[in-house]
Design a protein around this ligand. Structure first.
Ligand SMILES: Cc1cc2nc3c(=O)[nH]c(=O)nc-3n(C[C@H](O)[C@H](O)[C@H](O)COP(=O)(O)OP(=O)(O)OC[C@H]3O[C@@H](n4cnc5c(N)ncnc54)[C@H](O)[C@@H]3O)c2cc1C
Ligand code: FES
Length: 327
């Protein structure tokens, strides 16, 4: 069964069938609704149902608060129409940036630092991410977080993990060279340092989830904030860590910063540090009065949210960016 979906305020309409989510259906009609993961993990496709019937599929807890649901808000990449609908949804600008690769260097065996120089100014806020077209597959886009606050010289820095069979990451690891060009969409996302109060910060990063967390910590240091920051940084094995020495140097220079690395592989006998990310967080403090920043895979984020809520942290003080596979 096909339905007509109309978007406000753009006035754009398109057809969608019952098995297509709204973001996907829009895409097949060349309408780009703002989205990130397309898998219910990031919240960038939030919209509001103005009229019509639909079925909301599952999504990451806390993406929609009960008050937002009551106001008709929905996660559009998991929303399936059951009648004609009117929705309020952000249609993204067709702005694109060409950017030249100006640096490619290994941070760990499976992580590359990618440096890009966009042809024109690329505005973003610390903690946001860029969508990049996979070279040779211009309809395939991948999301990567900027790993530093905006830089004077305008370069963009990313930490990219190689994935088995990864279309973009394997191109970057094995084919890309300095001088190659990458197409970027506009910066997206709400993950950002919250300046409105001076609560201590609890940061939890797993793998390349360190990228936006490191940028947020750097911004806090640049702003000369001295509120306590505790970073828990998780990896599977010791060889997976990157920037650990740099973070430990930051902690020596800025005594309000504490860094606790953890590994999860029980077989690494020569590791004397902490083991298992979330149990280490749970055992190391009372976090109710903290502002929390979480970044890593969706499984870790869901488990961390459960843990923090059970420890009395209010949902208003939990900010997260889930590095979901790009749908
Ligand atoms: C908002 C946002 C920001 C992100 N920022 C970063 C970042 O800064 N650095 C970074 O390394 N990644 C980041 N990611 C994750 C990255 O965009 C995805 O992992 C992406 O799919 C990788 O593209 P690829 O072409 O290499 O692999 P794909 O071709 O997309 O996938 C290859 C295979 O790996 C699986 N897969 C993909 N991603 C994951 C994952 N995260 N965990 C487990 N399996 C996976 C796929 O299902 C598929 O089987 C971010 C994701 C989001 C949503
Ligand atoms: S795009 Fe819908 S939740 Fe990420």
């Amino acid at each position: 069964m096909e339905y007509e979906i109309c978007l406000e305020p753009s006035g754009t309409c398109f057809k969608a069938n019952e098995s297509q989510n709204i973001v996907e259906a829009a895409k097949t009609h060349n309408v780009a609704i703002k989205h990130g993961c397309a898998s219910g993990s990031c919240g960038d496709c939030k919209g509001t149902i103005l009229s019509g019937e639909s079925e909301q599929g599952p999504f990451m807890p806390l993406l929609l608060l009960p008050t937002e649901r009551a106001a008709g808000m929905a996660i559009l990449c998991k929303l399936y129409p059951r009648s004609n609908m009117r929705l309020q949804a952000e249609v993204i600008s067709r702005n694109i940036w060409k950017a030249e690769i100006v640096g490619l260097s290994k941070l760990a065996w499976n992580v590359l630092e990618l440096r890009l120089r966009p042809e024109k100014s690329y505005p973003y806020r610390t903690g946001q991410y860029a969508r990049m077209a996979v070279p040779g597959y211009e309809d395939q886009w991948r999301s990567y977080s900027m790993a530093t606050p905006p830089q004077d010289q305008g370069e963009l820095v990313f930490h990219v993990r190689e994935l088995p069979g990864g279309l973009f990451s394997r191109w970057l690891f094995y084919q890309a060279q300095c001088g190659d060009s990458i197409t970027l969409g506009p910066a997206q996302g709400d993950f950002a340092l919250h300046h409105d109060h001076h609560r201590p910060m609890l940061c939890i990063a797993a793998g390349t989830g360190l990228a936006p967390v490191e940028a947020i910590i750097q911004e806090s240091i640049d702003l000369e904030q001295t509120r306590p920051i505790h970073l828990f940084y998780g990896a599977k094995k010791q060889r997976d860590f990157y920037h650990l020495e740099m973070l430990q140097q930051w902690a020596q220079q800025h005594t309000h910063l504490t860094v606790t690395p953890t590994i999860s592989d029980a077989e690494e006998a020569n590791w004397s540090g902490a083991r298992r990310l979330l149990p280490t967080v749970a055992a190391n403090g009372h976090w109710q009065d903290h502002e929390v920043y979480l970044c890593g895979g969706p499984g870790m984020i869901e488990a961390a949210i459960d843990l923090l809520l059970s420890h009395g942290v209010s949902h208003n003080h939990i900010h997260f960016d889930a590095f979901a596979p790009n749908g």
